[in-house]
Design a protein around this ligand. Structure first.
Ligand SMILES: *Cc1c(COP(=O)(O)O)cnc(C)c1O
Ligand SMILES: [Zn+2]
Length: 417
């Protein structure tokens, strides 16, 4: 908290004091970047002070976060982050590339990347003594907020489209949040949440609205730096990071994390960031392809519900994340997303559709020559496959049903041999 000095609008550059604004820029609605006292951080910490910490969670990065320690020891809130990074050799071979890492965000307490953002927003809520935290969600952001709030006894209200996958709705309910399903899409739930938060004085976590979500999400970049980049050979090609994009807040947060490290002089080479969207929900990619930062809404339709967004709320920074790092955007059809679920599954990684989207994007990026087999590549799986088993079952063949007898088994095996 001592290092949190204010906000800077990502559109007009206006700077604000920490207590001057709460959400977006009052002048133009732009997303606010959290500004830290980098000189002070540099004076007080060296790389080793961070990397030698014994706290294996996002809270090891507290000196780089704009919140005070929220407490909650012994609860899921303390177990967010420090997700595993796998090196699936068979997948790398299949793709014909030298180095592949998959960072599995499904291993977070509520099984998605969103725990990072919700944990930091809950910490902020506690600090400003907010009674109620509210969010709109396609499912995961809500589950994460409900879970993190439950961990420390904070009251949470969640708005989600009534079409959200049942597993995600179950999480919301089990975590004891006040759940309100909206007979509409995510974008409509989003707008209603903002109205409700203004009307009732609730603290709003909405993605691409509350500036603290990106600060939580940047912790993934800090982990990638520690788990992968610091172990890479000197003079190595830049790491290429693949991430799926809906509202564009994860990709913006990851970019912010790397920028913070660069500002501190702790990162020698900026990774290249690649955003992947479903063809059916590609508002950010469209802007990137057109060479603009103007985000035109689409009518989103994709099996990857977590990235199904008409009007991305963090689109401008999301376009910049790829453009400013020599990355790119890639779009993939739902059929390739389903294939990617099966690809990852065969090496023991279970991804929900939006999680597998990044891997589908990598396959296409290789075909298009956006990355080469020599580039070191990291793919984020942003959510667990258990979040949406309906989609998972579409990615695989049905299991046979046989009589419980050896003869029936033999008949079946001879058929499939
Ligand atoms: C939210 C989410 C995304 C996309 O994040 P944005 O910030 O909306 O771009 C990707 N994958 C999963 C599993 C998510 O829950
Ligand atoms: Zn502004």
């Amino acid at each position: 908290m001592g290092n949190f000095v204010g906000y800077r609008c990502s559109l007009c550059g206006t700077e604000y004091q920490p207590d001057q604004v709460t959400y977006t820029c009052p002048k133009d609605g732009g997303n606010l970047d959290v500004w830290l006292d980098y000189t002070e951080i540099k004076n007080r910490f060296q790389v080793n002070d961070i990397t030698s910490r014994r706290d294996y969670s996002i809270w090891r990065y507290l000196p780089l976060l704009p919140v005070e320690d929220p407490g909650g020891e012994g609860t899921p809130l303390r177990m967010v982050g420090w997700t595993p990074v796998y090196t699936p050799q068979r997948l790398a071979k299949e793709l014909g590339i030298k180095t592949l890492w998959v960072k599995d965000e499904g291993r977070n307490p509520t099984a998605s990347f969103k725990d990072r953002a919700s944990a930091v927003v809950v910490a902020r809520a506690r600090q400003i003594k907010a009674e109620v935290v509210v969010t709109a969600s396609t499912g995961n952001a809500g589950a994460a907020l409900a879970g993190m709030a439950a961990a420390i006894g904070q009251k949470a209200v969640i708005f989600a489209p009534k079409t959200a996958p049942p597993a995600k709705v179950a999480q919301l309910l089990v975590f004891g949040a006040q759940v309100i399903l909206v007979d509409g899409n995510y974008d409509q739930a989003f707008d209603l949440t903002i109205q409700a938060s203004q009307e009732f004085g609730w603290y709003c976590r909405n993605t691409g609205y509350n500036p603290f979500t990106a600060e939580g999400k940047k912790t993934a970049a800090l982990e990638i730096w520690e788990q992968v980049i610091l172990n890479m050979r000197a003079g190595s090609r830049p790491l290429c990071v693949f991430v799926s994009v809906g509202d564009g807040n994860i990709i913006s947060g990851i970019h912010k994390g790397f920028k913070d490290l660069a500002t501190l002089g702790w990162l020698e080479q900026m990774p290249r960031i690649f955003g992947v969207q479903s063809e059916g929900s590609a508002a950010v990619a469209n802007a990137y392809f057109k060479g603009t930062e103007v985000i035109e809404p689409v009518s989103a339709q994709t099996i990857a519900d977590s990235i199904s967004v008409d009007l991305p709320r963090d689109g401008v920074r999301a376009v910049r994340a790829a453009r400013q790092t020599n990355g790119a955007y890639i779009t993939v059809p739902d059929s390739e997303i389903l294939k990617a679920i099966a690809d990852l599954g065969r090496v023991g990684i279970f991804a929900e559709p939006a999680g597998a989207t990044a891997y589908a994007g990598l396959k296409k990026a290789l075909q298009q020559g956006l990355v080469t087999p020599d580039d070191p590549i990291l793919v984020l799986n942003t959510g667990s496959g258990l979040k949406d088993i309906r989609a998972a079952m579409q990615a695989v063949k049905e299991a046979p049903v046989i009589e419980p007898s050896l003869s029936a088994l033999k008949a079946h095996l001879s058929q499939t041999a």
